[in-house]
Ligand binder design. Structure first.
Ligand code: URA
Length: 310
């Protein structure tokens, strides 16, 4: 699939999302929030669902939580528009309550189709519902900063998931902001590991949708320097100590036919899951208006070759 074809396909999905009436969330929305970002990216961030700001603007992660997410993405030398950002549900749950099971099921085909089009190497989960979609049964306190192979039935046919806390949780529990910063620094290595897995499989398996090039399309976005993926780097991503990529992918079932993804909220005992992420984001939008989180001194990590990925 070419970049133009991906753009067209994503726009088509977005148009369907905007006119969707598949579940009750459509009745209370101002705007649906299909997602946004580069059609050529290798990295997709998946949150929970739109909050008030997102509902008003029709764009994902534009409130306080979005500000932190954008900052975190910038902290590793990437830009928000180089990745794709979307949510498990595309319409705001009323009062920022958690999305319900039938709402997630109704919305799941949109995320699955977006992932089929984007074919990301890396899916970054933000929050418990995203975690439950890509790492069913996992507990965020145990898996944050780590990777797992993604079930191709999610639509991401050859990807690994990278678990992160929801940015809004960092406003509730301040120590999580530093945890998120540390986890974020592992993403470039996770992407390198995901690429290596895809490259090795590309030499042995036919591409079912006809994309012939390996997963390096993101270089087309904004590359100002050669993609400096160190060929001699350790095969084991630093942030993925317990991911056995090769066997996991080798055992992956065929991508066709694609059933609906299983949506399994993670264990609610975990500290991050009990945070009502979007309500936090919205409530805190006002509260935090006086707290400029960007004013908090943050020394970005030194840029290395491994971080210049796009
Ligand atoms: N929280 C989410 O999970 N998604 C958004 O788009 C905004 C806040």
């Amino acid at each position: 699939m070419t970049s133009t074809e991906r753009t067209t396909a994503l726009e088509s999905i977005a148009a369907e999302v905007r006119s969707c009436t598949r579940c009750r969330l459509s009745t209370g929305r101002t705007h649906a929030v299909p997602g946004e970002g580069s059609p050529d990216t290798e990295v997709v961030f998946v949150g929970e669902g739109p909050g008030q700001n997102e509902d008003q603007q029709g764009r994902p992660f534009v409130g306080a939580a979005g500000g932190l997410l954008t900052e975190l993405i910038g902290s590793i030398g990437w830009q928000r528009d180089q990745v794709f950002i979307t949510n498990v549900v595309k319409c705001r749950p009323p009062g920022n309550r958690d999305p319900e099971t039938d709402e997630m099921a109704a919305c799941a085909p949109f995320l699955r189709r977006q992932l089929e089009v984007l074919d990301p190497a890396l899916v970054v989960t933000l929050g418990r519902y995203s975690l439950g979609t890509f790492m069913p049964g996992a507990r965020i306190g145990q898996v944050h900063g780590q990777t797992r192979a993604v079930d191709p039935t999610t639509g991401a046919r050859d990807a690994i998931a990278f678990a992160m806390y929801h940015p809004a949780a960092a406003f509730r529990q301040l120590s999580l902001k530093e945890t998120m910063r540390e986890d974020m620094t592992r993403i470039p290595d996770a992407l390198i590991g995901a690429r290596q897995g895809r490259d090795s499989r590309a030499t042995t398996e036919p591409d079912p949708i006809g994309r012939t090039e390996p997963a390096v399309a993101a270089e087309a976005i904004t590359t100002v320097e050669p993609p400096a993926v160190p060929q001699t780097a350790s095969v084991e991503p630093a942030g993925a100590p317990d991911t056995d990529l090769a066997p996991a992918f080798a055992a992956a079932p065929d991508v066709e036919p694609v059933p609906e993804p299983t949506l399994m909220p993670a264990d609610p005992v975990e500290p991050e899951p009990i945070v009502p992420a979007d309500s936090l984001a919205d409530d805190l939008t006002e509260v935090l208006a006086s707290v400029d989180m960007h004013a908090i001194p943050h020394e970005p990590p030194p840029e290395t070759d491994q971080m210049r990925l796009f």
